[in-house]
Design a protein. Structure first.
Length: 201
């Protein structure tokens, strides 16, 4: 669809009027929202997301950008961290902050009511810099397994941390081609992994 069509405004202020869900990503329904795609934003995007009753946003990782959510309606459960072993539940009125690189899977905890949330990202491209993460709900895909093997090969002493991708990515990453080798990593004083070049998983 044409995301620019609903946009009103000029001279530095742009408006998208209240609307309906018009597009989907990873089991989530989205309104038109605001991003680089329709208002030329450089560093932010924002939308209203709906997870249908009993729905799941399959496990994934935000690479190099932060996310903040405000729950408008419903009850949502995040399973997160390495192996998705940690759990937090939230209801209407709660704020949520997700750091870059944290694996998480999002469940609507109700079989009858939707979850509705305002979602803000420090990435104007919306979904471009998101990668899948294996879970009990969705089996691993070939791309995820390949990247995990390469990360563990380069940093064998940090296997548990490497796949969470808790990496200091300060600028827009670039794509990693299948034939391109992984750069050598280093550890800082907090045992976090850092890469010498910008990288998108």
């Amino acid at each position: 669809m044409d995301l620019k069509a609903p946009v009103e405004g000029h001279d530095g202020i742009f408006v998208v009027r209240r609307g309906e869900n018009v597009r989907d990503w990873n089991g989530i329904h989205y309104q038109v929202g605001l991003s680089e795609k329709n208002v030329g934003a450089k560093h932010l995007s924002m939308n209203v997301a709906t997870i249908p009753p009993g729905g799941v946003a399959y496990a994934h990782i935000h690479v190099g950008f932060e996310v903040m959510l405000y729950i408008l309606a419903g009850r949502v459960r995040h399973e997160y961290g390495e192996g998705l072993t940690q759990v937090v539940e939230n209801t209407a009125g709660d704020f949520i902050f997700i750091e870059p690189g944290v694996p998480h899977e999002v469940f609507n905890a109700s079989d009858t009511e939707p979850v509705v949330a305002v979602v803000a990202r420090s990435d104007a491209s919306e979904w471009q810099n998101i990668i899948p993460y294996a879970s009990r709900v969705r089996p691993p895909d070939a791309r995820s397994l390949r990247l995990r093997r390469e990360l563990n090969h380069r940093c064998p002493s940090q296997r548990s941390d490497s796949w969470t991708c808790r990496i200091a990515l300060r600028a827009r990453p670039v794509a990693l081609r299948p034939a391109q080798s992984m750069p050598e990593c280093r550890r800082d004083s907090n045992a976090r992994l850092h890469w010498p070049s910008r990288l998108r998983f």
